[in-house]
Design a protein around this ligand. Structure first.
Ligand SMILES: [Fe+2]
Length: 240
């Protein structure tokens, strides 16, 4: 199991990679002052997550979801049953969510807390109807909205390629030194910054909605190869 840990002043971000059948990345936010933990998109192995949290002397109190897809939510009900944690999801995701637990909803620009650690909500529909990203200081947890030099597909209910383009424009406003953390390890590296992505991620480089939609649809039809490494604007033009 691959693990990365980022120690910040008020919190520690720990990431487990390649978890479960679809190799999801699971993100833990440990708030130092209250010894509470928020788990982002828990799936596949509830007991492993509880064990890791309790072994560190922390308590799972919050589950933050980026979107409704099964491979990001399938451990939620078990974790809620075992810990009583509350669940948070973007308000526009509610019609699609397939868990038994009733979550609390958040909207764009809301700020939520795990203990004394704040996370800003960025509403990024497109991969799903109400997908959100969580921005904590210098870390963006993006679910399947943005991958290293790639992004999620637009093929399941609620997806919308045109909306996805406008979500990308929001993500381009994030500072260059912020680290990007994704729902899957699909790129040619794991650690990256938003600055690096802004200069090499095709989904952020395409500068108009029509080309973006063509790019996403071309990929769904197998006409465009999914990018796993940095590309240039001229290379993207040749793909379209
Ligand atoms: Fe997804």
């Amino acid at each position: 199991m691959l693990i990365k840990t980022y120690n910040e002043q008020n919190f520690t971000l720990e990431i487990l990679y390649h978890i479960g059948a679809l190799e999801d990345s699971i993100h833990f936010i440990f708030d130092h002052s209250t010894k509470t933990c928020a788990l982002i998109d828990p799936a596949w192995d509830a007991d492993l997550f509880i064990q890791r949290i309790t072994d560190k002397g922390y308590r799972l109190t919050d589950i933050w979801l980026t979107h409704w897809h099964f491979d990001h939510t399938n451990a939620v009900d078990e974790l809620v049953e075992k810990t009583g944690a509350k669940v948070i999801i973007g308000v526009d995701e509610m019609p699609y969510l397939q868990i038994d637990t009733l979550p609390e909803t958040v909207a764009h620009n809301d700020t939520i807390f795990i203990g004394k650690t704040a996370a800003k909500i960025i509403n990024t529909p497109g991969h799903s109807a109400g997908g959100i990203c969580y921005l904590l200081d210098k870390h963006l947890i993006a679910g399947d909205t943005l991958f290293v030099f790639g992004a999620g597909h637009c093929s399941l209910p609620g997806a919308d390629a045109a909306k996805f383009y406008h979500s990308m424009q929001k993500l381009k406003q994030i500072n260059d030194d912020v680290m990007l953390h994704c729902g899957h390890d699909y790129g040619d590296k794991i650690e990256t910054t938003m600055g690096e992505q802004k200069s090499g991620n095709a989904y952020l480089l395409i500068d108009n909605e029509a080309d973006f939609v063509n790019f996403v649809e071309g990929m769904a039809q197998g006409l465009i190869t999914y990018p796993t490494a940095a590309v240039s604007k001229s290379a993207i033009k040749l793909m379209l």
